[in-house]
Write a protein that binds this ligand. Structure first.
Ligand code: LAC
Length: 309
């Protein structure tokens, strides 16, 4: 049985735990520094699993030693984004939290794969990579399924087709410079660019970029169910070794002509983590939009470099 650790029992951590538990992927250990919280959530989730007849062990702990033997650790710990904050405002605070968590993962779960969920996502993936010292294939950031899911929600409504009939890639930063690719987003092969006028596509892309902030301003705190769903899908691809192609934030080593930055690209996921990067054939304008997004992350990454060593 696989062991999956979830670090951080805030709303995102708990929503992720619910959705991972419901998939029955393996045993779960929830970690948080608040006394009682992970234990209480674990008990509640164990009752949930019992009602549903799902036989996974779910425990909670304030001690990182209980991550020992984890095959996968999902990191959601950090300060959450308020409506008036950009993801970058979170940078310094969360870099320090994620550094500490990464040290614990290296110490107690040295063979684990890591899915980073904390914002700003791409830079936190970089922090986790540096501080764990793991090979890049085992350290990946979650956000692409979230952002693409938001786009797909809007496009499906617009076209009156099932959400599942729409597939497409997303690349670049999890942030305002994220790159959706309407030319490569298709309804069973028919590109969005021939199904909708370009001005309308641009509106949907803009709305997708703002979707995270829209959720925060409505409900008063950050999205949690959608992130939980996407993180659980990534966990499933890894634990069940499915080879699903998923957009993940990954430290690039020359792919797309980019060296040394964590940004979102499509990758094949399985038991070992990232098995392979898929390099999309981009047009000149798509490529330059992507490279601009990479530079946004590179700047932020350089800003934390001094903090994490
Ligand atoms: C979101 C923020 C929290 O996209 O990154 O929901």
């Amino acid at each position: 049985v696989a062991l999956i650790g979830i670090v951080g029992c805030g709303k995102v951590g708990v929503s992720t735990a619910i959705q991972v538990a419901m998939k029955g992927l393996g045993d779960l250990v929830l970690i948080d520094i608040i006394q009682g919280l992970p234990q209480g959530e674990a008990l509640d989730l164990s009752h949930m699993a019992s009602i549903l007849g799902i036989d996974v062990e779910i425990t909670g702990s304030n001690d990182y030693r209980d991550l020992s033997g984890a095959d996968l650790v999902i990191v959601t710990a950090g300060v959450v984004r308020r409506a008036d904050m950009t993801r970058m405002d979170l940078l310094t605070k969360n870099a320090s939290i994620v550094s500490d968590v990464s040290d614990k993962i290296r110490e107690y779960a040295s063979r684990s794969r890591v899915i980073m969920v904390t914002n700003p996502l791409d830079v936190m993936t970089y922090v986790a990579l540096r501080r764990t010292g793991f090979e890049r294939e085992r350290v990946m950031g979650f956000s692409g399924l979230l952002d693409f899911g938001r786009f797909r929600y809007l496009v499906a409504r617009e076209l009156g087709v099932s959400r599942s009939s729409i597939i497409g890639p997303i690349i670049g930063e999890h942030g305002d410079s994220m790159v959706l690719l309407p030319r490569l987003t298709t309804v069973l092969g028919e590109p969005l660019t021939s199904l909708l006028p370009s001005e309308r596509i641009m509106e949907l892309v803009e709305r997708t970029r703002r979707a995270g902030a829209e959720v925060i301003s409505l409900k008063g705190w950050s999205a949690s169910h959608a992130p939980g769903a996407g993180a659980a899908l990534m966990a499933e691809a890894i634990i069940r070794d499915t080879n699903a192609v998923v957009p993940v934030s990954l430290y690039l080593k020359g792919e797309y002509g980019v060296e040394g930055v964590c940004v979102v690209v499509p990758a094949v996921l399985g038991w070992s983590g990232v098995k392979r990067v898929i390099e999309l054939s981009l047009t000149e304008s798509e490529r330059s939009e992507f490279l601009r997004s990479v530079e946004v992350v590179r700047q932020a990454q350089q800003a934390v470099d001094q903090l994490i060593h």
